[in-house]
Design a protein around this ligand. Sequence first.
Ligand code: GAL
Length: 398
Amino acid sequence: MKKKLLSLILAAAMVTTMLVGCGSKEADETASNSAPVADEVVEDDAAPAPAAEDEGDAAGGIQVGIVLPTKDEPRWLQDQAQFESILGDAGFTNQVLFSQGSSATEKTNVETLVSQGIDVLIICAQDGAAAAAAVEAAKAEGVTVIAYDRLITGTDAVDYYVTFDSFSVGVAQGQYLVDNAPAGSGIPLYLYAGAATDNNAFIFFEGAWSVLQPKIADGTFVIANSSEAVALQDKAELTRDEEAAIIGQITTDWDFNVAKSKAEAHLTAASADMKGDVVVLGPNDGTARSIADVFATDKDVSSYIVTGQDAEIASVQYVIDGKQSMTVFKDTRTLAADSVAMAVSILNGETPATDTTYNNEAKDVPAKQTNIVVVTKDNVKAALIDSGYYDASEFTGL
Ligand code: GAL
C-alpha cells in the first residue's frame, strides 16, 4: 500500500511536469507513436505496480482503462498514442480498447476492463446515450468514470468530463466561411454535420449556426442542401429537437463514405444557381476530405471553401495543398494529459481540478475544458510543426 502511495505521488509529479511543459520530449514520442497500431488491444506491459500489492487491481493489475470509439478515424489513434505515452511514463498499468463503432463492443470492453480491476475508466463514447448502461455497470463496481471528448448523456454515472471547447470549434468553422466567402450575396452554403449519436455533433453545429445564421438571414448565404435548415433559417437559437431535425438530414455519421455519397447526391440534385463559388461546412477532417474531393470534381463548382477539424495528417497535407481550407487543431497531448492528471487525483483520493460544467440531461458534470487553434495554410507550420505535434517530414510543400 505504501508503495502504491509512493508511486502515485511520483506519478502526480510526472504528470504535473508533463502538463507544465508539453514540450519537445513528448513531441518526439508523438512522432514515433503516431503510426496506426494494428492490435485491437494494447497493453502497456512496461508499466510497474504489480497486482499483488494493489488491492484495487486484484484480477490483472490494470489501474486505468481507456475505451476509444474506433481505429478507423485517424483522430483516435492520435489520442491512443498520447495515452500510452503519458500513462506509461507516469507508471500506470493501463489498457486501451477500441469499440469499432459498436456500442455492444464498447460495453463488453468496459466489462473486460472492470473485471481486470480498473479504478478509473476513461471513455470516449461511440454513442453518448447508449454508453450510459456501460458506465453505470462500471460505476456499480466502484470505478470512477471520466467521459473523454464526448459527453455521455442521460445518466448520473459520469463523474467527470474532459473536453475541448466544442462550441468554439463550430464558431471557428462558421466564422471561417463568413470571413473567406467570396464577396456578394446568394452564395450557396452546403451544411454537413457529425453523427447524431455524438453530443459533440450538436455542440459543433450550434457553434457554427450561431455565426452562419445571421449571414443566411441577411441573404449572404443560401442553404443548398437541407430543407429543415431552410425552414429554421430565421431562428438564431435552435432547440435540441430542431438541431436534431437538421442534423438528421445532413449527418455524415463521421463516416468518409457517407460524407462522399451525400455530397455526390447533393451536387447531383443542385440547380445551376447552387453551384459556382460555394462554401461548405465540413464537420471534421475525414469527412471534409471526402466532401472536398467530390466538390473538386464537379465541373460546375468553380471554387469551394471547406472546413474541418482534428488536424489529421492527411488533412494537414490537404490544407498545405489548398484542397481543404482550414482545420481545427485539438491538441490531444493536452486532453490526454488532463485525463491522466484527473486519474492521478482520483487515485490519490483528491478531487480533480475542473473549470466548468456540462449538463448531460441527468446532472451538471464537472468538466475540464481545453482551447482549440484554427489552422490554415498561413499558420500550419507554427501551429503543428514548431509546436512539436508533427514532424515536418510527414508533409510535402510546407
Ligand atoms: C468528435 C470529436 C471530433 C471528431 C469526431 C469524429 O466527437 O470531438 O474531434 O474527431 O468526433 O470522430
